[in-house]
Structure formats: C-alpha cells, structure tokens
Write a protein that binds this ligand. Structure first.
Ligand code: CTP
Length: 429
C-alpha cells in the first residue's frame, strides 16, 4: 500500500503561484471528466530535492488525450497527440509545455513470463518506471489536491540518497537505464544501491547493450555529457566497463580524466564571460573522449553511434584540422594578433574550446583565449561601398584590401575609421 500525506503547504512554499494554478486547473478539468490526475516523476522528485524543474509530467487515469483536448481548449493552448501511445503534449501560448500520459487499468506481465500482477492504473504506471526516486506522484483532483503518493519507498530512497530499481528485470526491459542510473547518481550526489549495482554488472556481463541501437547509446551518452560536471560519471561508466560500449579502443586513463577536467575549466571560463552564447557542450567533451582515436576509429565510432552527418564532420574532419593547427601554433608562438585570428577564425567555437583545453602551453592558451574574448569580434568599419567611394575599381582587390585593413586593425595599428580610410588609400597607391 502507498504511503500518503498532504504536501499542499510544501508545494506552495516551493512552487510559483502560476505553477500551483496550472496544477489545480489540471485537477479540476480531470475531475469534470471523472478521471484521476497526478503530477509524477522528475517534477515531484526535484520538488523534494529542492531543485527547480519545469518539466511537468501528468498522468491521467483514463483518456489522457481527451483530457488534453479539453484542458487546452480552455486555455487557448495547442496540443500534439499520439493516439497510439495515448500521450499528448500541451503547448501554452508562451511556450510552456506539459506532457500528458494515459494510465489504463491493465495487467502487467513481467518479461520472461513471470506471473501477471493486478494493480491500480497509477500504481502500474509508476511501477514501470526506472528508479524508485522517479515514482512519486501528487494527486491533483480538487478533493484530494496535494496528496503525495509513495508506493515504492521513494521518500526513503531520496533520504538515503540511493538510486534503486523497482524490480530485478528493470535493466533487461531497458538497458539505457544503466546510463540513466549513473547520470542521476552524479547529478544528485546519490549512490547506486547494492542490488541495483549488481544488476548493472550482470547486465554488462550478459551484454544487454547488444540489443540497443547505437543511436540510443549516443542519446544517453550525450545526456551525461550535458550534465553540469560529467567527469565523475565518466569514471563511473568505466567502473562498470561501459566506455567499451562506445568503442573497445576507448579506455579512460588518467589522461582522459585530466582532459575532462581541463575541458570543464575552459567551459566554466567561457560560460562566465559569454553567458548568453549557446554552443554544444557535449561536443567539446565528446572531442575529448575521441582525442586519442585515429581517423578510422573516429569514423567507426560516429557510424556505430549513428551520429548525424552534421555532427560526424566535427569528430572525423574538423578535429583533425584543429589538431594540426594546434601543433602549428605551438611551433610558431608567440604570434601577432592577426595571425592568431587567421589561424582560428574558420573553426567553430566548440573546436576552439577543445583546442584551448588540450594545449598545455600557456602561450598558446593565452592566444586562444585572446581570440575568444577579443579578436573574433573585431570588424573593420570600412566596407566595399567605402572603397567604391574612394574610386577603386570593384574586383577581388576589395577583399584583399579589407583583409589587410582587418589585419592592421587586429594588430592595433588602426584606431579610428579615418585611420582605416588612410590605410586603404595607401594600400592601393
Ligand atoms: N523513464 C524510464 N525509463 C527510461 C526513461 C524514462 O522509466 N529509460 C521514466 C522515468 O521514471 C522518468 C520518466 O520516464 O521519471 C520521464 O523521463 P525523463 O523526462 O527522461 O526523466 P526525468 O526524471 O525528468 O529526467 P531529467 O531530469 O533528466 O529530465
């Protein structure tokens, strides 16, 4: 039986008024349809971990799509429904989203033909989930609003900081959960429980990953690399011999761990300076993982993990260009600003950050950081039309002049627009 208690006061302390209103309205609409409604999973878990979470997962006991339609109509929101799964996403006019799933009374058959078990629909829905900490539900119907339902000792496991599966076949059902266990463990500073740890080892030994597509492995790996600090998770993947799932040649040694730490440092530096600039954080870490792989192995990895061509090109081509460039920079340092710029401007920011993390030479690091903070933003104030006004015949010479102006400006020789005009005039004389 479930442990229940009312947590309305706690919700009011932790959630915004808008959020509470949304939850109350969901309950009202569901009751009008005579359905049970619950907010479940990560949202509730994070409420008790004092972590912000805006991903609202709702389970409706009954027809979730009918609920979503009625609720969305009331609020002028759009919905995307998947009839096959009985799920819907409600999208508010300002972009906020709610995921809705249907829980129906049914019998749960364990895999491998173990006995069937009868359960209430919400309990069944929660029983199918990955870890106990993700099985909390809060009822939303008006007469029971704020009732926390805990069927599987989630509160105890949150208190004990433990990641535990609900049953022994959890990883057989879905081996990606192994990656999720490690991701949650590191994110929350929890530990994988003893039995769960044994089940992971067993799953790895039995090679359950064989049945997974490379794409799914990649999705999980990417989620790990997007966490705040992926380094400990990489160590944990190695504890369970899971880096081999990416490719047999990837062995995490001290070198990889220090590289990860260096990437972390560079990314924190970048994010502090350029908060609003978005980039693919996972790419920089994945560059670190494949750092010691040759071109053939890199290609094999990208193929195996089914990376999109726009991503493979980064690891199979651009990375090798970056490595060559880095080698050249090391040989030729110190450099003028214009040559730093010319050497780096063709690389995307992820590769620039990778170069910065991999180099140990302070001089080169400084040059790259100068490129990131200043040089890449420098523009000439002259443009083609200015050259035309000066009576210069349009042609390839324009590009040459403007590049020469930019070089001079990068090297601090030109301060004002007038300096640029004089420089351009002298250039063609
Ligand atoms: N789930 C699962 N098995 C998976 C993936 C998800 O059982 N392989 C369940 C989890 O219990 C989770 C729910 O589906 O609560 C929603 O998944 P997701 O949004 O990925 O989980 P969150 O816990 O919200 O994770 P995050 O905070 O990273 O978004």
């Amino acid at each position: 039986h479930a442990r229940t208690r009312n947590v309305t006061r706690f919700m009011r302390e932790r959630l915004s008024k808008d959020m509470i209103n949304i939850l109350r309205n969901i309950g009202k609409v569901a009751s009008e349809l005579e359905c049970g409604a619950y907010v479940v999973g990560g949202f509730v878990r994070d409420l008790f971990l004092y972590r912000a979470n805006e991903d609202m997962d709702i389970v409706i006991e009954g027809d979730g799509i009918a609920f979503a339609k009625k609720y969305a109509a009331m609020l002028n929101a759009r919905i995307h429904a998947h009839a096959k799964f009985g799920t819907a996403v409600i999208i508010f006019p300002h972009g906020f989203k709610i995921d809705v799933a249907s829980a129906r009374m049914e019998y749960y058959r364990f895999p491998a033909d173990l006995p069937t078990v009868e359960m209430s629909s919400i309990k069944l829905d929660l029983f199918r989930r990955d870890f106990t900490i993700n099985t909390l539900a809060i009822q939303l119907n008006p007469d029971k609003f704020g009732t926390l339902i805990d069927f599987f000792s989630a509160q105890k496991d949150i208190k004990e900081k433990a990641i535990r599966v609900l049953h022994n076949l959890s990883f057989v059902e879905d081996p990606t959960r192994i990656f999720r266990a490690i991701r949650f463990e590191q994110r929350f500073g929890f530990s994988i429980g003893k039995l769960t740890s044994r089940l992971i080892k067993n799953a790895v030994k039995m090679d359950f990953f064989k049945q997974l597509s490379g794409r799914r492995v990649f999705t999980e790996l990417r989620l790990i690399l997007q966490e705040e600090n992926p380094t400990p998770a990489i160590k944990r993947l190695d504890d369970y011999d899971l880096l081999q799932v990416i490719h047999p040649s990837i062995t995490p040694n001290q070198k990889l761990i220090s590289l990860f730490n260096a990437v972390k440092k560079v990314l924190s530096w970048h994010d502090l300076l350029f908060l609003e600039e978005s980039y693919m954080k996972w790419v920089v870490y994945f560059l670190a993982i494949t750092r010691y792989c040759n071109e053939k192995i890199s290609r094999d990895i990208c193929e195996k993990l089914e990376l999109a061509p726009r991503h493979s090109v980064i690891f199979c081509k651009e990375r090798f260009e970056a490595d060559k460039r880095l080698f050249w920079l090391k040989q030729n340092s110190p450099l003028t600003n214009s040559s730093i710029y010319r050497n780096l401007f063709s690389f995307r920011i992820e590769l620039i950050l990778y170069m910065m993390a991999t180099t140990k030479q302070e001089k080169v690091k400084k040059s790259i950081s100068q490129y990131v903070t200043q040089l890449r933003h420098v523009r000439t104030s002259l443009a083609g039309r200015d050259l035309k006004k000066m009576g210069i015949e349009p042609g390839p010479i324009y590009r040459e002049i403007l590049e020469a102006v930019l070089d001079a400006k990068l090297n601090g020789l030109l301060k004002t627009r007038n300096d640029e005009l004089i420089f351009a005039r002298n250039y063609v004389l």
